[in-house]
Design a protein around this ligand. Sequence first.
Ligand code: SAH
Length: 253
Amino acid sequence: MNETKFFSLMVDLHRDGARQGPGGDAETLRALELSRLNPASVIDVADIGCGTGASTLALARKLQNARITAVDLFPEFLELLAARADEAGLSPRITTQKGSMESLPFADGSLDLIWSEGAIYNMGFAKGIEAWRRFLRPGGVLAVSEITWLQPDPPKEIRQHWESEYPEIATAPEKISILERAGYDLLGYFVLPSSSWIDNYYEPTEARIRAFLERHDGEPESVEIVEMERQEVELYKRYQDYFSYGFYVARRR
Ligand code: SAH
């Protein structure tokens, strides 16, 4: 399937979801607590790979004086984010910005907090944390969720899956040492629970599949996408003891 078709179908399947990846408001707030930021302070925040903005909105509600720039590659997601922000009365503090995480528009040292849930894998964790560091002021905080092995020796099937999908997958101690070598100090780390995957992401996605297939009746690519999604769910259900997203919160030295 060509890339344009793939992305347009993926956006169509996922735009009506509250989240475009595993996560949850409770987990967003838990990570925010680990950041030790004062929720009342006037701060500049970027939410990178924000999708339709579940985390952007949760952050904006909690950080009442924050100015948040929400960045994503797909304008369709950003339009929905902007509408949701408007409905919630949060739009004065949220700016959407279409663009790539690989060429962000921020000035050096201009951000107090960089947030990114389920998205940094698109450029790779090591490359991302290194490239984004300069946008943070010294003492500024990075909070990212990243695919992580929960056990060092996973079964062959799931190991082969991740080695082909995302070879950067590693255990938390390995990810933490990459952060430290890149000039960050860890403030805290936790693992996204199964509810973040099943209740908040996979079940709502499954509930949209029938309408998705109807919208794309006769397009074999839409069936291919659905098969891919369902295989991913099966793998998660079978091997959830072995991998999840780790949420890493770290401070720029
Ligand atoms: N943070 C959101 C979305 C996660 S899905 C959530 O947790 O719900 C990953 C997101 O990254 C998608 O919205 C996708 O459009 C975006 N994305 C993919 N590649 C990107 C890139 N190169 N630059 C910016 N965003 C990108």
